[in-house]
Design a protein around this ligand. Structure first.
Ligand code: SAH
Length: 341
C-alpha cells in the first residue's frame, strides 16, 4: 500500500511505473491528504496504474461525545474496521490510534482483546488514521490539525514492533507529517525486551507503561503478560529507556474497586517507582460490560492520588474522555466490524 512508503520511495515507485517525477509528488500529496482516488487531480490512466496500491479512505462512522471527543470507525482496504479517537486538550489535539485489529494480550478489563488478535496493522494503516482524521478536521499535510499522537488505541504496539516503528519513522519524516517524537506516546502492557529494543533502535517517543497492579501476583490476575515479565523487569527496562532517551516515563494505573485501590496499594506503588523520573496517570476503570470489573469511586480515586503525591510521587487523576461513546481507555473494540459484516 502506498502509505507504507516514504516520499523518496514513492518517487522510485513512480519511476518504476514510468511516470514523470512530479506524479510521484502528486501521489504523495494525495495520499497524505487522504484524498479518495476519485478526488485527486491524477489522470485516469495514472489512477488505473496505481489502483491496487492506492489506500482505501472511508469513514464508516463518526461519534461525537458531549466532551467533544470524536470516535472514528475507519474501514481498511481488506474491509476490517478499526477505531481511532480524537481528543481536545488545552495543549493541543491528540489522536489515539490503533496498532492492531483486536489484541492478543488478553487483559481482563479491556474490550480490545475480547475477540483475540485478528491481524497487525501495517505502518501505512496506522499512518492512514492520522491522515484521515487530520483531513476530517480540515488539516493538510503541511498544516496539521493534530498536534499529538498516542498509540493507545486497539492493540499492543510492541507486539507489532516492525510496523509500529516504521510508522514512527513515517510520521516523523519531514516530507510527511513531520511529527516530533516527543509529541508521540507509545503505551505498552510491558513487553520488556521490546522496550530495550526501542531505546537501542534510537527511538525517543514518550513511553507509557500500563501497570495497574503493585505486585506480580495481583497483576497476573488481570494481565496475562505478567506471567512473562515481572514488575521488577519492567522497572529496570524503564530505567534503561530513561537513561538512553532522557524521556520521563509514564505509568497508567486503572483503579479497580477493592482490587488495587487501597492506601497500601498506593504506598507500594510509590515504593516501586522510587528513584525513577516518572508520572503516574490514575484513572478509575472504565466500564466494559463483558468484563464485570468495577471502577473505584471518584472520591477514593482522588484520595489514592493524594496519597501518592504525599509520598513524593508525581501523579494525577486522569480525566476520562469519550466514555459516553465508548471511546475511553479500554473501550475500543471490534463491535463495528460485527455490525457491518
Ligand atoms: N496495549 C497497550 C496499548 C493500549 S492503551 C497497553 O496496554 O498499554 C489503552 C490503555 O487503557 C492501557 O493503559 C490499558 O491498560 C487501559 N485500559 C484498558 N481497559 C481499561 C479500562 N476498562 N479502563 C481504563 N483503562 C483501561
Amino acid at each position: 500500500m502506498l502509505l507504507d512508503l516514504s516520499f523518496k520511495q514513492i518517487q522510485e515507485y513512480a519511476e518504476q511505473k514510468h511516470l514523470p517525477k512530479f506524479r510521484g509528488k502528486q501521489i504523495f500529496d494525495a495520499i497524505l491528504n487522504a484524498k479518495p482516488a476519485s478526488q485527486t487531480n491524477l489522470p485516469k490512466q495514472v489512477l488505473q496504474q496505481i489502483e491496487s496500491d492506492y489506500p482505501h479512505f472511508e469513514i464508516v462512522k463518526k461519534l461525537i461525545s458531549k466532551d467533544g471527543t470524536i470516535k472514528y470507525a475507519l474501514r481498511m482496504g481488506d474491509g476490517q474496521v478499526i477505531e481511532s479517537v480524537l481528543m481536545h486538550h488545552d495543549y493541543g489535539t491528540t489522536l489515539c490510534v490503533s496498532s492492531q485489529v483486536g489484541c492478543a494480550m488478553g487483559c481482563k478489563f479491556c474490550a480490545s482483546s475480547l475477540n483475540g488478535l485478528v491481524r497487525n496493522l501495517s505502518a501505512g494503516e496506522i499512518l492512514q488514521q492520522v491522515a484521515m482524521v487530520n483531513k476530517d478536521l480540515g488539516g493538510s499535510v503541511k498544516k496539521r490539525a493534530i498536534t499529538n499522537i498516542v498509540l493507545m488505541g486497539m492493540g499492543e504496539p510492541l507486539d507489532n514492533y516492525q510496523n509500529v516503528t516504521k510508522f514512527l519513522q513515517l510520521a516523523c519524516d519531514e516530507d510527511s507529517f513531520n511529527f516530533s517524537q516527543r509529541n508521540i506516546t507509545l503505551s505498552t502492557c510491558g513487553i520488556v525486551p521490546k522496550i530495550y529494543q526501542l531505546a537501542d533502535d534510537g527511538f525517543s517517543v514518550t513511553l507509557t507503561i500500563s501497570l495497574h497492579a503493585v505486585s506480580d501476583a495481583k497483576r497476573k490476575k488481570t494481565m496475562p503478560i505478567a506471567n512473562k515479565y515481572s514488575i521488577k523487569q519492567i522497572i529496570s527496562a524503564c530505567k534503561y529507556y530513561f537513561n538512553k532517551t532522557g524521556r520521563r516515563i509514564s505509568f497508567e494505573y486503572a483503579l479497580i474497586a477493592d482490587e488495587n485501590d487501597s492506601m497500601q496499594d498506593a504506598e507500594k506503588l510509590a515504593h516501586l517507582v522510587r528513584g525513577l523520573n516518572c508520572h503516574i496517570n490514575v484513572i478509575p476503570l472504565n466500564d466494559v460490560k463483558e468484563r464485570g470489573l468495577k471502577g473505584t469511586q471518584i472520591k477514593k480515586a482522588y484520595a489514592f492520588v493524594e496519597k501518592l503525591n504525599s509520598l513524593g510521587v508525581n501523579a494525577t487523576k486522569r480525566r476520562s474522555m469519550g466514555e459516553d461513546i465508548a471511546g475511553a481507555c479500554g473501550q475500543l473494540r471490534q463491535s463495528v466490524v460485527k455490525e457491518e459484516s
